[in-house]
Design a protein around this ligand. Structure first.
Ligand code: NDP
Length: 340
């Protein structure tokens, strides 16, 4: 199919681009600068312009950001919208998190409806952040699935960047489903809702300092930052970036994937202590950077944790999830490629 992929320079999008190309699709990806387009192009030297092309979209928070990008010859059939800010380094939650997430999402849907009637499926990268409820929490006995919605309010969103990020994903996904319901466009919507995503970074877009948010705890551990105490784990569920990338593509290739949310997660749990143990076992060169086994922190809560139901992603998308040890080993190897 002819596919528009937004935010092609991102951690998840870089892998999604590779799956799209492996599956024979023809892709235009949006990036914020020509420099990023050039780097992606150079990393795919044998792929012609008919299979990989670029559109510059500098700021998805501008309401008409995608007016030109959704138009192409041949016309698009599929849009994968992954671009959205994922970091906590903000002073203005509204401007830096909520606006790009929500206006970015509603903006692209409006532009598709107006200018790209051939699009039949839109896949949006949402998040477990749009599923989990701060009120229900992470305690043992709770099970989360696609049925659940985060009930965070705007007031709570503005309290701190972490709330702001989780709300940005929730409000953006809600706005997308509302759009489809009210506007009845030609396309069906699917959303991909991953929890914490780990996995290899592509070397051509990354540096250790500019690392995407979800891999930062792995970097911090091998840089010795947990020697005095392993930080609290936060979210205890995860997924490999390569599985998330495949999920985006299966969300339009698989029959019956339209009009659904997909909670893509391996099904088990992890904690930060386990990351340290896996690095200790597989990378003896980092031993002096690691906390000694008697250093505290990073465990599961004494009472246990919630359960994640990933059944729909396995049944409809056919995902076979990678195991935690393989993911962490491949993440560390990729960090070594950028100088760790
Ligand atoms: P990255 O930070 O690597 O990717 C974010 C992408 O969005 C980048 O391409 C970035 O461009 C682009 N972007 C951000 N703000 C703007 C803006 N205002 N205008 C234009 N482009 C913008 O993170 P991920 O790959 O992890 O995130 C991709 C998606 O996955 C996001 O929607 C995120 O919420 C979601 N997600 C991620 C999870 C994770 O653990 N990684 C978990 C759940 C969901 P640039 O780099 O040029 O700024």
């Amino acid at each position: 199919s002819r596919v528009l992929l937004t935010g092609g320079s991102g951690f998840i999008a870089a892998h999604t681009l590779d799956v799209l190309l492996e599956h024979g699709h023809s892709v235009v990806t949006t990036v914020r600068s020509q420099e990023k387009a050039d780097k992606i192009k150079e990393a795919h030297p044998n792929v012609g312009k008919d299979k990989l092309d670029f559109a510059i979209v500098e700021d998805i928070a501008q309401p008409d950001a995608f007016e030109k990008a959704v138009v192409s010859d041949p016309p698009f059939e599929i849009v994968l919208h992954t671009a959205s800010p994922f970091h906590f380094n903000v002073t203005d939650v509204q401007k830096e998190l909520l606006d790009p997430a929500v206006i970015g999402t509603t903006g692209i849907l409006k532009s598709i409806k107006k200018h790209a009637p051939t699009v039949k499926r839109v896949v949006i990268t949402s998040s477990f952040a749009a599923i989990l409820s701060p009120k229900t929490g992470f305690a043992k006995g709770v099970t989360y699935s696609e049925e659940n919605w985060n009930d965070i309010t705007t007031e709570e969103a503005l309290q701190n960047p972490q709330n702001g990020y989780r709300a940005s994903k929730t409000f953006a996904e809600r706005a997308a489903w509302d759009f489809v319901e009210k506007e009845k466009p030609n396309f069906q919507l699917s959303t991909i809702n991953p929890p914490l995503v780990f996995g290899p970074i592509v070397h051509y877009l990354n540096s250790l300092d500019g690392l995407n948010t979800s891999n930062q705890r792995v970097r911090d551990i091998i840089q010795g930052k947990s020697k005095a105490g392993i930080p609290a784990t936060g979210v205890y569920i995860w997924v490999d970036v390569r599985d998330v990338a495949l999920a985006h593509v299966k969300a339009f290739e698989a029959p019956n994937a339209g009009n659904k949310r997909f909670f893509v997660t391996e099904g088990g749990h992890f904690n930060n202590r386990l990351i340290v143990d896996i690095i200790r076992k597989n990378f003896p060169e980092y031993e002096s950077q690691l906390p000694s086994p008697d250093v505290k922190g990073g465990e599961y809560p004494a009472d246990g944790v919630f359960t994640a139901n990933n059944k729909q992603s396995i049944e409809v998308l056919g995902l076979k999830y990678r195991k935690f040890e393989d993911t962490i080993v491949d993440t560390v190897k990729s960090l070594q490629n950028v100088g760790a």
